[in-house]
Design a protein around this ligand. Structure first.
Ligand code: T4K
Length: 386
């Protein structure tokens, strides 16, 4: 290893497995000539923001790809969720899973509403429908389903649950670009779906969000809301905010879209390699996605016994090797200090978030690095942290 005759000791002074960090979602980098072509269009037009031609082009391409009538680009998915909540006129309480990124409940809270945390189905990591139904009360106005890791959170069943109770339904599809659920690409379910175009996502514009919907009225309202509410030069139709995506971000998105399929295939290959290596070395497999999914995330449920190292020790030890694995989404949003309440107990979320590890993956990592990460994983699992 690293040119030495014998393996290094496993303590803090040992040379790390990698010279530089291997991270969970190293962003895809566009072809420079393609990006330049789009950037030149921005420079030539002198139009840098405010519903410019590249934003419109990217909206049209995303809508066509996801087969949904409307796509409204915004500056990030968190604001996208907030704008959608505002446009739908939600009130009171909104049901959300706790096993998600903090942006999901924060968007609800920023709109002056109360997120009500629900437990998940450990088999899918997504909202448990029975738990959601039990949590519906007189103040509930909506459900936010999260398609975690890009796996659809049973959108049709959630739709009928929301319909039975007269609730609005929106989806946090931050992880779900180009993913398929129940035979359709995500994007057309519920009142609206919100995708993240952050640099760490499978398809990105550096920062950004895409709201998709089948409702032309909702899309029009969202377009007003993202631009201060302006309906004309001197007229304001509603209290809007600034949530516009800059043209240069749209340029990056358009350039990335041209090579997206190649990157998605590379991520799927990385997921396959991890699955094979980890299964043969440790007898466990990363979470598998039965429906088509771009496999951007490699998620392990670390067993509570059977190995010489706990999940938390493993993550620390991996970091010492420059393998920056993450404990997404520990400890569950309901256990974050800003939301913690003694009365909320979500045993399945707590059990799962104590065991998940997300490994460096995506299209940018090469197969030699994946194999080496699996070797490190095997050594730590068998011999422990020291
Ligand atoms: N809903 C869900 C379910 C989400 O997961 C997210 C975001 C949202 C809503 C909100 O979407 P946005 O408002 O962001 O559009 C990261 C991302 O910032 C966040 O977008 C993402 N989810 C979340 C799961 O991950 P952090 O704080 O964990 O990221 P950070 O800075 O530690 O980056 C992760 C790794 O990626 C690092 O090890 C370094 C690497 N990296 C990151 C960036 C930005 C790079 O190599 N290059 C880069 O440019 O939140």
């Amino acid at each position: 290893m690293h040119g030495t005759a014998s393996p290094p000791p496993h303590g803090r002074l040992a040379r790390p497995g990698f010279d530089g960090p291997r991270v969970v979602s190293e962003p895809m980098v566009p072809d420079p000539a393609t990006l330049r072509r789009y950037v030149d269009r921005v420079l030539d037009s002198g139009r840098f923001s405010n519903d410019g031609p590249l934003v419109r082009e990217l909206e049209a391409r995303i809508a066509a790809r996801l087969q949904v009538p409307e796509c409204v680009l915004v500056s990030n998915a968190t604001l996208g969720l907030q704008l959608t909540i505002e446009a739908l006129g939600l009130t009171g309480e909104v049901l959300v899973p706790s096993f998600t990124f903090i942006a999901t409940p924060n968007a609800v809270r920023w709109q002056g509403l109360s997120p009500v945390f629900c437990d998940i189905d450990p088999g899918t990591h997504n909202l448990d429908l029975e738990a959601a139904e039990k949590a519906i009360g007189p103040a509930t106005s909506a459900i936010v389903g999260v398609h975690l890791w890009g796996r659809g959170c049973r959108p049709s069943a959630l739709q009928s649950l929301a319909g039975r109770h007269g609730l609005r339904l929106l989806f946090d599809a931050a992880h779900g670009f180009d993913c398929v659920s129940e035979g359709n690409r995500l994007g057309r379910y519920g009142d609206a779906e919100v995708f993240s175009l952050h640099a760490t996502k499978s398809f990105h514009a550096g920062e950004g969000g895409a709201i998709t919907t089948c409702s032309a009225d909702l899309a029009e309202n969202l377009r007003l809301l993202r631009n201060f509410g302006f309906s004309g030069y001197d007229s304001v139709a509603t209290v809007g905010i600034n949530a516009k995506l800059p043209e240069l971000s749209a340029a990056l998105g358009l350039a990335n879209l041209e090579t997206y399929d190649r990157h998605a295939a590379a991520s799927t290959e990385v997921h396959r390699l991890y699955s094979r290596e980890i299964e043969s070395r440790l007898g466990i497999r990363p979470v598998q996605f039965p429906e088509y999914n771009h496999h951007h995330y490699v998620v392990l449920e670390w067993p509570t016994d059977g190995f010489a190292i706990s999940r938390d020790e493993l993550v620390e030890a991996l970091h010492r090797e420059n393998v920056i694995a993450r404990r997404y989404f520990y400890p569950g949003c309901h256990r974050m200090n800003i939301y913690e309440s003694a009365s909320t107990e979500l045993p399945k979320t707590e059990e799962l978030s104590a065991r998940t590890i997300v490994l460096p993956a995506g299209s940018q990592i090469n197969s030699a690095d994946v194999t080496k990460i699996c070797e490190i994983l095997e050594r730590l699992a068998m011999r422990g942290p020291r």
